[in-house]
Ligand binder design. Sequence first.
Ligand code: ZN
Ligand code: FE
Length: 263
Amino acid sequence: MKTESFDVISIPAFRDNYIWLLRHGRLAAVVDPGDAGPVQAVLAREGLQLAAILITHHHADHQGGVAKLLEDHSVEVFGPGAESITGLTTPLYGGERIRPFGAFGAAAEAGEFQVLAVPGHTLGHLAYVCGNRLFCGDTLFGAGCGRLFEGSPEQMSASLQSLAILPETTEVYCAHEYTEMNLRFAAAAEPGNPAIQQRIREAAVLRARGESTVPSTLVLEKATNPFLRCREPAAIAAAKRHGCAGEDPVSVFAALRAWRNEF
Ligand code: ZN
Ligand code: FE
């Protein structure tokens, strides 16, 4: 991966969504603009020109603002070719490398993004990786993972595994502030895991100050996210208490995910 030369601005939207705005000089790319208004406000405030839109999956809270943004900005829209995405100009399926700022000559040194197919939450779901930053939509959350609306446990388990092998310093920019809720489940799944208790305390401090728990890091997720810990004896035991017949990671994942739906 080439050098990344942008910083990331968090744009809260709706109740608990995060739209990520990547700023490279005076150019901006946005990931999952579910709402146009808050994005337009940040573009105006920071004096930025929109250069590209990146979409992880088709749900309205991730692409609902695209039509309005395209009225004012004629830009490339990257997203899953397997899903219905408003204004999609560059259909992606995973395995590609894209340069969202690349059409702008002066910005040619800006980051190259690796596109990963991460089916599970939806079938065409994509993740974008640039340097040590991962934009993963509703696949991996702080201490949790997305619901299986379209895919199978096998698919989601494999998708999470493909994210877990990224460098441990990778920053995880997910699309929702669900961390505290997820940590309550994590503590129930692994009551003896001190890293989870520590993270609960840290998240409470952040949220009490009105701050975000996102991004986290992959090393923290690997220590505290039950859906990345399906080989741990405690997680296997918890899954068994909730109807899991086998000990293989996919069965454990499926049982934990089903339990989480009712938690
Ligand atoms: Zn979603
Ligand atoms: Fe969502």
